[in-house]
Design a protein around this ligand. Sequence first.
Ligand SMILES: [Zn+2]
Length: 221
Amino acid sequence: MNTPSLPICPKCRQTDQIQKVTSAYGLNTKEWYETRTSTDSDGNSHSYQERHEAHTQLGLRLKPPQKPASPTHPGLWYAVGGLVVFALASVLCPIAFVPLSFILPLLGGSAFIPDIAGMPAWVITLFVVGLPTLCFILLGLGLLVWLGSKVKKRFDSDMKKYRDKKAVFERDELPRWQRAKERWEQMYFCMRDETVFIPAENKAIKADDMEKYLYDPQFRS
Ligand SMILES: [Zn+2]
């Protein structure tokens, strides 16, 4: 069977102005590399390649459908948050230890406190300093455990949302884009009427409505 090399435009019924959209897009898109030179502080010059892409008006109208962005794993945000907390803690904790540097000399001084009611000074010191410290440590630990469980709960619900989003992305959004991209690859453009069409569907669509038609084969412009 001998198939014609170019399909007939559904609007003007001719083939002379037909171009495949992929090649029309390629012809109307220019990609080039520019060599740039920079000079560093030692006076050495370095050159690097910079990528540029430019479209003509037509190239922009015939652009392929953009690949949708995949949802971000929440672990990334928690890692960033953890880093911030760690940085803050490493600044704030030394500050928290400053009062201790005032208390410690007092501890040494307590050796000179006379025994009260027959109790040696170190027992008193233990009660006066040790008990509150223990309390604070226990309170701090409790707070950490409580915070940890809150963060864990939040993380679990974020993970669930992420998995749901990812499932939707993989089940709907990505295949939807893949289908649109495949349709784009089968598409032709008629320069006379500025319409695009897929030969098997034989529907003339305005070039400006191309993307809508790629995603929705029922679309009519
Ligand atoms: Zn035509």
